[in-house]
Design a protein around this ligand. Structure first.
Ligand code: FES
Length: 102
């Protein structure tokens, strides 16, 4: 069953930054877009690159391996929207970021 798991403190991921985490055994890429947090599966659909290590520009992250670029708010590839990365629900409570996994 899916549940929210504490991922990181809000103060530990500044706007414009990305990071990667393992939550309940799942690889999660977490992004702060202007103060709003978004989470994707940390596995690029091309060859499995770690999106949480990618370069975040606005709401778009470029995969560090071959530069495929995704909108982190939708998980969609910016060139081919049908190429999508799975998203996780995110919530913020008491200064902590929680990600739904499972
Ligand atoms: S693995 Fe991400 S672009 Fe190739």
């Amino acid at each position: 069953m899916s549940e929210f798991v504490r991922a990181i403190a809000v103060v530990d991921l500044s706007p414009g930054q990305a990071t990667e985490l393992t939550l309940e055994g799942q690889p999660v890429a977490l992004f702060n877009v202007g103060g709003a947090f978004h989470a994707l599966l940390n596995r690029c659909p091309h060859r499995g690159g770690p999106l949480g290590q990618g370069f975040l520009d606005g709401a778009e992250v470029s995969c560090p391996w071959h530069n495929w670029t995704f909108n982190v708010t939708t998980g969609e590839n910016v060139v081919s929207a049908e190429v999508k990365v799975a998203r996780h629900e995110v919530k913020v409570e008491d200064g902590q970021v929680y990600v739904k996994v499972g």
